[in-house]
Design a protein around this ligand. Structure first.
Ligand SMILES: *Cc1c(COP(=O)(O)O)cnc(C)c1O
Length: 227
């Protein structure tokens, strides 16, 4: 089943690319929260190169088990005091969203002489249940990033609200893509707009049509999560 699921997503990526919506490659990050190890081994066997965990508590044991076999992403919100457990281990932290976290990751990265790559999580929809920088906070935050030595911003991420009809999320993805393109035109220190992480199982096709190049897929690869 995992193989078929991954094949389907790859096909969808191809179809959308053929329609001319995107020109670059698309990275699939398999969101492996609450999935057992066997399923993760299967996903790796069928070509998955990146997995994303959203809680540090689960990131740690999975990292012990799978390091060297797959790249790790931290996709969920990160408590400042838990940064030390992911810095240097996560290839990419998708949830950079506040000055205190930036400061701590800069400090932890400097201690191991490592440049940590992160994405700025942006709260486009302004739902207060979602984390992320508001659009009008981005400029000031970039000012802080530019002064860092051990943190590098590699792009943007957003969590779209859940609508029953995924078509309704299109405006969120369109807006983030617009911001991504605008920031791409400017040369900043430590900032490189390479990844646009948006789209999950329910809405990845819409996200791809809007220019996403990194989709985070959980149930669409592994099946429904058992809580
Ligand atoms: C769980 C999770 C996903 C994937 O969710 P699915 O709906 O299962 O594809 C993506 N991003 C984040 C931050 C998540 O926590």
């Amino acid at each position: 089943m995992i193989k078929e699921n991954i094949d389907k997503i790859r096909n969808d990526i191809e179809t959308i690319r053929d329609k001319g919506f995107s020109d670059s490659g698309v990275k699939i990050v398999a969101a492996s929260k609450l999935q057992d190890s066997q399923k993760i081994y299967d996903a790796i066997k069928y070509g998955i190169e990146d997995i994303g965990e959203n809680r540090v508590q689960e990131f740690k044991p999975k990292y012990e088990e799978f390091q060297g076999l797959v790249n790790f992403h931290l996709i969920g919100s990160l408590q400042t005091n838990k940064s030390k457990d992911v810095v240097g281990k996560a290839k990419l932290i998708h949830s950079m969203d506040r000055p205190s976290l930036l400061k701590e990751i800069e400090k932890r990265s400097s201690m191991i002489d490592h440049v940590q790559e992160v994405l700025l999580q942006i709260n486009i929809s302004k739902e207060d249940t979602k984390s992320g920088l508001y659009v009008d906070e981005i400029d000031d935050f970039i000012g802080l990033v530019e002064k860092c030595k051990y943190v590098r911003v590699k792009g943007l991420m957003t969590m779209a609200p859940h609508y029953d009809n995924p078509e309704e999320t299109r405006w969120v993805f369109t807006e983030l893509k617009h911001i991504f393109d605008e920031l791409s035109k400017i040369e900043y220190n430590n900032i490189d707009m390479e990844y646009l992480s948006m789209g999950m199982t329910h809405d990845y096709k819409i996200a791809l049509e809007c220019g996403s190049n990194m989709i985070r897929i959980g149930s669409g690869i592994f099946g429904e999560r058992v809580y």
